[in-house]
Design a protein around this ligand. Structure first.
Ligand code: GAR
Length: 196
């Protein structure tokens, strides 16, 4: 089986990235991390990736002001140079333009901390609590031009407990995300290989 060259895009802590890197240590895992890229040069996850021996790139979106596409052209160039075949967005907090999404459509997945289609965008946990939901969860989906809108690959849920806050919910959900993402990414790779 050939492994797909994987780029992980992050903006901060990178704990989901770490879960993927761990899974990918297994030579049978269908993706091989070749690049971790961040739009924030100070992202903690970059250090973690370097320590794991993965090539990293930092492309500060602030350099490009309001020109989102100019930023994305540089990102795209780096991904292409690294021979990337699949992208995992893991806490990457920049909305991507249709230009970039179309270039990578069918080859880019994202993790979102809600049971989509509920709570696209930000503050997902608080919105689940405010709505009186009895469960929360996370979703891995294909990235399409609409924000948090692409076809769902896999979801995982957990009960909301009495007294839960947005923070306690986020903390209990995080290990669930770490379990889900490598599994769902593996499915995405299988899907790409089937299409090829
Ligand atoms: C994760 O909870 C992820 O689901 C969320 O950001 C966090 C990143 O944590 N992503 C989004 O909200 C995307 N809209 P991490 O950097 O430790 O993986």
């Amino acid at each position: 089986m050939t492994r797909l060259n994987l780029a992980i895009l992050i903006s901060g802590r990178g704990s989901n990235m770490e879960a993927i890197l761990e899974a990918a240590q297994d030579p049978a895992y269908p993706a091989k991390p070749v690049l971790v890229l961040s739009n924030r040069p100070d992202a903690k996850g970059l250090e973690t990736a370097r320590a794991a021996g993965i090539a990293t790139a930092a492309i500060d979106h602030k350099t490009y002001g309001k020109d989102r596409e100019a930023f994305e052209r540089v990102v795209h160039e780096q991904l292409t140079e690294a021979g990337v075949e699949i992208i995992a967005l893991a806490g990457f907090m920049r909305v991507l333009t249709p230009w970039f999404v179309n270039k990578w459509q069918g080859r880019m997945v994202n993790i979102h901390p809600s049971l989509l289609p509920k709570y696209k965008g930000l503050d997902t946990h608080q919105r689940a609590l405010d709505a009186g939901d009895t469960e929360a969860g996370c979703t891995v989906h294909w990235v399409s031009p609409g924000v948090d809108d692409g076809e769902i690959i896999q979801q995982a849920s957990l009960p909301i407990l009495p007294g839960d806050t947005a923070d306690s919910l986020a903390a209990r959900l995080l290990p669930v995300e770490h379990q889900l993402y490598p599994e769902a990414l593996s499915k995405a790779c299988a899907d790409i290989q089937t299409r090829a």
